[in-house]
Design a protein around this ligand. Structure first.
Ligand SMILES: *[C@@H]1O[C@H](CO)[C@@H](O)[C@H](O)[C@H]1NC(C)=O
Length: 229
């Protein structure tokens, strides 16, 4: 009897210690989340809530965007904090996002044939827990005449190196050179396409962040001219 009680007390103790180590480790791993003021005067945790209404079918691409003939309409949203997944729509079709199971933490890319508007490839590259090589390999396969759309989610920069940044700069991005930890970024450009670059970067800054630890979500829509040789 006594032995049983002792061992269950030990197990309980171990569980508590394990949990404490886990919580501390989680914070240490994300040390930049810490700000001393926040520890003593915690702000209410402002994390975006996912829409939980399941009966209503929500069109993920929103209202129809009209573009002139021979242009493709697009809309992009970055992720919001580490909660809401990003999305990329082309001609009002969702081509990358949570319902398609092809988005995730890091850098999300859709490659589209600039003449036909057909989606050629999509990729999600985890720049926090993943490796840089798959992204570099993917960027190198992009052919001339492709339109490239990018949306970040949660953390797009930890693993970025100068080779990957250069390859993205070659698609027309200038923000790529200053992207850092948990910045939000969306981009439209392409290979051999010089006319229609659009991008937006919001830096992760404790003073201006909308969420604790992350800047606000970015949305952008517009028209992409068809690629002509
Ligand atoms: C740590 O930060 C990363 C990158 O923003 C995030 O994906 C992860 O959920 C964070 N972990 C914890 C425990 O907060």
């Amino acid at each position: 009897m006594g032995r049983m009680q002792t061992s269950s007390a030990v197990i309980r103790g171990l569980c508590i210690i394990w949990f404490a180590v886990f919580v501390i480790a989680a914070f240490v791993l994300n040390a930049s989340d810490f700000n001393v003021k926040g520890i003593f005067f915690p702000r209410e945790l402002r994390v975006p809530q996912l829409n939980t209404v399941t009966k209503v079918k929500i069109d993920p691409c929103g209202k129809l965007k009209l573009c002139p003939d021979e242009q493709f309409s697009f809309s992009i949203s970055s992720g919001a904090a580490s909660v809401v997944q990003p999305k990329i729509c082309l001609q009002n079709q969702l081509i990358l996002g949570n319902p398609n199971k092809n988005s995730g933490v890091g850098i999300n890319i859709a490659v589209v044939n600039g003449k036909t508007g057909k989606v050629q490839d999509t990729g999600n590259f985890d720049m926090y827990g993943g490796e840089i090589e798959p992204l570099i390999k993917f960027l190198k396969t992009i052919e001339k005449g492709s339109v490239v759309l990018i949306a970040s989610f949660d953390e797009p920069a930890t693993k970025l190196n100068s080779e990957a940044r250069k390859l993205i700069a070659d698609l027309g991005s200038s923000a790529i050179n200053s992207i850092g930890f948990r910045d939000n970024w969306i981009f439209v450009g392409g290979k051999g396409i010089t006319s229609s670059h659009m991008e937006k970067l919001i830096k992760n800054k404790p003073g201006t962040n909308k969420y604790d630890g992350w800047p606000e979500m970015i949305e952008l829509d517009g028209c992409i001219p068809q690629y002509m040789e």
